[in-house]
Design a protein around this ligand. Structure first.
Ligand SMILES: CC(=O)CC(=O)SCCNC(=O)CCNC(=O)[C@H](O)C(C)(C)COP(=O)(O)OP(=O)(O)OC[C@H]1O[C@@H](n2cnc3c(N)ncnc32)[C@H](O)[C@@H]1OP(=O)(O)O
Length: 401
C-alpha cells in the first residue's frame, strides 16, 4: 500500500521564554491537530492512530498525545500514543504511522511532535522525592523531621548527553574540528537558511503549512537580514567556531502531518502531496568510538539508498536538519568518500532549523510537510531527509512524487 502525505500543519516556532512561555506541550500539540482538522475537514473523524511525542515532558504528560487528541476536534475514538527518539521523534512518528498504513492496519493517521524549553520539567530533588514516596506509603509525620535544606535543590533539565556529561553543542564542536569545518562556511550556511525561509514566507509557501498562534505569524527566530558579516561578529559558544547564530536556538513549537492511503484521500477529495517510500534509522557508538554524537545519519543514508537502489545524487531536494550549521557541513563531508557530493543548491531550499528554530520533537514533521509540498509544487521528483538525534542516533527517509 502506498503511503500518501496529505499535508502538514504547524504553529510558528517561538524562541524559548518568548510568546509561548505559558503554553504547555498539550496546548501546542492540540492546536496543531485542530489546525489539521480545519484544513482537511476532519471534524469528528476517527483516524487510525495519532503518533507524536515530546523530548522534554512533565510526568503528568505520560499520555500527552492521547490527551491532546481528546482536547482536539478529532473523534475521541481516535487512539494515540507517545513516541520519543530525541530530535528524530517527529520523523520516527511519521514512519510509525506510515508503516501501519503500508501494512493495511490503518487507513489514515497523524504524526507529529511538540516541545517547549520554556515549560521544561524540573525534577524534585532525588532525596526529597524518596522521602515523599515514603511519606505517601507510611503517612508517618515523623518523616518530616528528615527534611533538609538540600531537599529544595531541584533536578534541572540539561541539554546534554548523560554518558559524556557534554552538551550537544560541545559534541558538535568536536565533530566540526575533526572535519575541519570553518566558521565562514557555517555562517554562510546559516545566512542562507534565514534567506531561504524568509523568501518562502514572502512567496506564501507556508500559507497552508503554518497556522498563526499566540500572536506569532512567522517563526520568531527568523532574521531576514542575517548575513555572514553580521554572524561573523558573534562570539563562539561551542569550540572556536560555533556561535548563537550558527547553532539552533532553544525553541518552543509543534507540528503535525496527515498521512493516509490514496483511497482514503480520494474518498474525501483530499490532495496527495507526495509519498513516503523508504526510511532508515541508525546509531553510532559515540561513547567509545571517535564518531560524532550527531553523525548517525551518515550510516543510515547508504543503507537506505541501497534498499531504494538510488544514488545520493538522484534527488531534487535534500532536507538535512540544521541542528548546528557545522553538523550539516560535517554530514555532507562524511557522505563524500562513499556517496559523493550533492548539489548544494538543492539543500534546505526553504530554510531549516537554524532560521525556523528547533523545538526538538517538532522538527521532523516540519521537514516532512515542507518537503512534501516542495515535491507537489515541482510536480514530480524525489526528496531526501536526514535528521540527527541525541544518543548518537539518526533517522533518514525518502519522499517521492
Ligand atoms: C536534540 C537532538 O536530538 C539533536 C539536535 O538537534 S542537537 C541540537 C539541540 N539544540 C541545542 O543544543 C540548542 C543549542 N543552542 C543553545 O544552547 C543556545 O541557543 C545558545 C547557547 C547557542 C545561545 O544562547 P543565548 O546566548 O541565549 O542566545 P541569544 O541570546 O539568543 O543570542 C546571543 C546573541 O547572538 C545574536 N544572534 C543570534 N542569532 C543571530 C543571527 N542569526 N544573526 C545575528 N545575531 C544573532 C543575538 O542577537 C544575541 O546578541 P546580543 O547578545 O547582542 O543580544
Amino acid at each position: 500500500m502506498r503511503v500518501a502525505i496529505i499535508g502538514g500543519n504547524r504553529i510558528p516556532f517561538a524562541r524559548s521564554n518568548g510568546p509561548y512561555a505559558t503554553a504547555s506541550n498539550q496546548d501546542m500539540l492540540t492546536a496543531v491537530l485542530d489546525g489539521l482538522v480545519s484544513r482537511f475537514g476532519l471534524q469528528g473523524e476517527r483516524l487510525g492512530e495519532v503518533v507524536a511525542g515530546a523530548v522534554l515532558k512533565h510526568s503528568r504528560d505520560f499520555n500527552l498525545v492521547r490527551e491532546s487528541v481528546l482536547g482536539s476536534r478529532l473523534s475521541p475514538q481516535t487512539p494515540a500514543y507517545d513516541l520519543q527518539q530525541a530530535c528524530g521523534t517527529g520523523l520516527q512518528a511519521v514512519i510509525a504511522v506510515a508503516n501501519k498504513i503500508a501494512l493495511g492496519q490503518i487507513e489514515a493517521g497523524i504524526a507529529g511532535g511538540v516541545d517547549t524549553t520554556s515549560d521544561a520539567p524540573i525534577g524534585v530533588n532525588e532525596n526529597f522525592r524518596k522521602l515523599l514516596l515514603e511519606f505517601n506509603r507510611t503517612r508517618k509525620l515523623s518523616l518530616l523531621t528528615k527534611l533538609r535544606p538540600s531537599h529544595v535543590v531541584p533536578h534541572l533539565p540539561r541539554n546534554g548527553e548523560p554518558r559524556t556529561g557534554m552538551s550537544m553543542g560541545e559534541h558538535a564542536a568536536i565533530t566540526a574540528a575533526k572535519y575541519g569545518i570553518t566558521r565562514e562556511e557555517q555562517d554562510e550556511l546559516t545566512a542562507r537558511s534565514h534567506r531561504n525561509l524568509a523568501r518562502a514566507y514572502d512567496e506564501g509557501f507556508f500559507d497552508d503549512l503554518v497556522t498563526p498562534y499566540l500572536g506569532l505569524t512567522r517563526d520568531q527566530n527568523l532574521r531576514p537580514d542575517s548575513s555572514p558579516e553580521k554572524l561573523a561578529k558573534l562570539k563562539p559558544v561551542f569550540g572556536d567556531t560555533m556561535t548563537a547564530g550558527n547553532s539552533t536556538p532553544l525553541s518552543d513549537g509543534a507540528s503535525a502531518v496527515l498521512l493516509a492511503t490514496e483511497e482514503w484521500a480520494r474518498e474525501r477529495s483530499l490532495p496527495v502531496l507526495a509519498y513516503l517510500t523508504f526510511a532508515e534509522t541508525a546509531a553510532v557508538d559515540y561513547v567509545h568510538g571517535d564518531e560524532g554524537l550527531l553523525m548517525a545519519p551518515v550510516h543510515a543514508s547508504p543503507r537506505m539508498l541501497g534498499k531504494a537502489g538510488l544514488k545520493l545524487q538522484e534527488f531534487d531536494f535534500y532536507e538535512v536538519h540544521e541542528a548546528f550549521a557545522s553538523q550539516v557541513l560535517a554530514t555532507l563531508k562524511a557522505w563524500e568518500p562513499d556517496l559523493g557530493e550533492i548539489d548544494r543548491s538543492k539543500l534546505n531550499v526553504n530554510g531549516s532549523s537554524l532560521a525556523a528554530g528547533h523545538p526538538f520533537a517538532a522538527t521532523g514533521a516540519r521537514i516532512v510537510a515542507t518537503l512534501a509540498k516542495l515535491l507537489h509544487r515541482k510536480g514530480s521528483g524525489r526528496g531526501f531527509v536526514s535528521i540527527c538525534a541525541a544518543g548518537g542516533q539518526g533517522v533518514t527517509a525518502i519522499l517521492e512524487r
